[in-house]
Write a protein that binds this ligand. Structure first.
Ligand SMILES: C[S@@+](CC[C@H](N)C(=O)[O-])C[C@H]1O[C@@H](n2cnc3c(N)ncnc32)[C@H](O)[C@@H]1O
Length: 222
């Protein structure tokens, strides 16, 4: 932990480390979970063709999860019926654990999808720590997330994968009705090209605090 903090201090400076302790490490200390620290791609062992397009595990920051979910719910406010939440590439489960703790009344169900079986195990242990009752984790490629969508849904995507996997996943979901939270939205232009409609954007100094919210073409057309 100390090594990780010293490396971050060297690479990103004091403001980032302070923000990280407050919005990632502190969550774990309060809840007895283990979500805050990254898992480098070089130590991941994943037997899935989508691995070539996947990115490492880094945890979402508390304030980003809070702001993005609140905003997504506002955008969906006219939709009727209970809402499903899906985190595509949930890793150790920071966002779904946070969702279960602080947005439980707003969703009927939380689902995490993660292709790294080691991370799925850690995610399940984290969910047990907060006595999660509405959340489940699927050990498979997030490329298939469209299969799990029910209208209305909120999909959370923290730059989990890029390349062909990204294009295939979001093409398969075109006619579904959902609000997409895209953190570190490096391929936002590709989504617009596919017909996703940007509804909100927030900039920040670090990629972890930049995000955009989109309506799926299926939702925007309603
Ligand atoms: C930036 S982390 C996201 C962390 C999490 N969503 C959160 O908010 O804290 C990206 C995660 O996506 C996973 N991932 C990458 N490609 C994937 C794929 N095709 N299917 C499922 N998980 C994937 C990685 O293993 C990693 O855990």
């Amino acid at each position: 932990m100390i090594r990780h903090i010293l490396r971050s201090l060297r690479q990103r400076g004091v403001r980032f480390v302070f923000m990280y302790i407050r919005n990632a490490v502190w969550f774990d200390l309060r809840h007895g979970t283990n979500t805050a620290f990254r898992r480098e791609k070089s130590v991941q062992a994943v037997n899935d063709p989508a691995f070539k397009d996947g990115l490492l595990y880094v945890a979402s920051l508390d304030f980003v999860i809070k702001e993005t979910i609140s905003r997504a719910l506002q955008i969906l406010s006219s939709a009727c019926g209970p809402v499903k939440f899906i985190d595509v590439g949930c890793g150790k489960g920071k966002t779904i654990t946070y969702g279960e703790k602080y947005f439980s009344d707003d969703f009927k169900e939380f689902v995490g999808i993660e292709y790294d079986h080691n991370l799925v195990g850690l995610c399940e242990a984290n969910l047990a720590k907060v006595k999660a009752i509405k959340t489940s984790v699927l050990a498979e490629s997030g490329e298939n997330f469209a299969n799990y969508l029910e209208a209305p849904s909120v999909v959370y995507f923290y730059n989990s994968f890029q390349g062909e996997t990204f294009r295939r996943a979001f093409t398969a979901a075109l006619d579904k009705s959902f609000v997409l939270i895209y953190v570190d939205p490096v391929l936002a232009d590709d989504l617009v090209e596919l017909g996703y409609v940007e509804a909100y954007a927030k900039n920040g100094q670090y990629s972890a605090e930049q995000w955009k919210i989109f309506k799926s073409p299926g939702l925007a057309g309603q």
